[in-house]
Ligand binder design. Structure first.
Ligand code: F6P
Length: 324
């Protein structure tokens, strides 16, 4: 393989730049030409593809976001869009791809590979940590720390005013950010989609137990992907059903969780996964995502990464109840 391209797609995640840097420098180390595709599949379709050198990735390891920019492409879901993308890659002689992204990115990569057979290796870049085939995804650690910082600050005001705060964190279908930041922030309750029990009565029970223990303020962390509704709806239901007076507020953390300087953990993880992706591609891996499982680099077929569940350990859910 003489020429490859790298792109980022889906929601940006802190550490994506460190991953791009590792792919570019890894390719150059192996004397392979590397191109960058801007805005993921959208840029592939529009032909927004440019040659990269080592200098293009200088001074980016510490930066959040992605220098290649990112997008969620509707056109790539059409056969016509994918054909255009393939034609552009072929015209430039690109023989392999490194895709940095999450579930949607690898769903696209799987379809594209089946149609055009361009070898593609993925690196998991999403704050959600919801991909099977890796213990941690790039950006997750930084997002948890950002959420934790916000929870600590909100706890100050919750305590000063004797309030119950519902804090909504990201995670489209998963509660990973919620459970980690909830445990780290000493939350009284964490509402996650993986916990199948009905949250309203459980939260009320926990809050009441807190009042008995003379707690005057509480933090409930809610994952945005919770099936019973968003934090505002859950808080509203609780307000209506609880038979004691509580002063409730809701804070949605939103996109601050996606930005910022990547943590040390994320920079190192991204570097390992980026180098693992390019070296895997050059060794003949295709249609797989690189991940770290039990501290070892592994490659897992895209189809497994996007279809298999990655359950949150029961231990963690249990711990919130015991320690609150
Ligand atoms: O997948 C990452 C993520 O931040 C999810 O946690 C969230 O549901 C989604 O992206 C938000 O996407 P957008 O930025 O397109 O609104």
């Amino acid at each position: 393989m003489k020429r490859i391209a790298v792109f980022t797609s889906g929601g940006d995640a802190p550490g994506m730049n460190a991953c791009i840097r590792a792919v570019v420098r890894g390719a150059m180390y192996h004397k392979v030409e590397v191109f960058g595709i801007r805005r993921g599949y959208s840029g592939m379709i529009e032909g927004d593809i440019y040659p990269m050198t080592s200098r293009d990735v200088s001074n980016i390891i510490q930066r959040g976001g992605t220098i290649l920019k990112s997008a969620r492409s509707r056109r790539f879901t059409t056969a016509e869009g994918r054909q255009q993308a393939y034609d552009n890659l072929k015209a430039l002689g690109i023989e392999g791809l490194v895709a940095i992204g999450g579930n949607g990115t690898f769903t696209g990569a799987e379809i594209f590979f089946n149609e055009f057979k361009i070898p593609t290796v993925g690196a998991p870049g999403t704050i959600d940590n919801d991909l099977y085939g890796t213990d941690y995804t790039i950006g997750y650690d930084t997002a948890v720390n950002t959420s934790l910082d916000a929870i600590d600050k909100i706890r100050d005001t919750a305590d000063s005013h004797d309030r119950v705060f519902f804090i909504e964190v990201m995670g489209r279908d998963s509660g990973y950010i919620a459970i980690q930041s909830g445990i780290g922030g000493g939350a009284e309750f964490v509402v996650v989609p993986e916990d199948l029990s009905e949250p309203v009565s459980s939260v009320i029970k926990t809050l009441k137990q807190g009042f008995v223990k003379k707690k005057s303020s509480s933090i409930v962390v809610v994952a945005e992907g919770e099936k019973e509704g968003r934090a505002t709806e859950i808080a509203e239901k609780i307000k209506k059903s609880i038979d004691v007076e509580v002063d409730i507020r809701v804070t949605t953390l939103g996109h601050i969780q996606r930005g910022g300087v990547p943590s040390a953990y994320d920079r190192i993880l991204a570097s390992r996964l980026g180098l693992g992706a390019i070296e895997g591609l050059l060794r003949g891996q295709k249609n797989v995502m690189t991940g770290i499982v039990n501290n070892r680099l592994v490659y897992t077929p895209f189809i497994e990464c996007i279809t298999k569940d990655k359950p949150i350990s029961d231990d963690l859910l249990r711990m919130v109840h015991i320690l609150s």
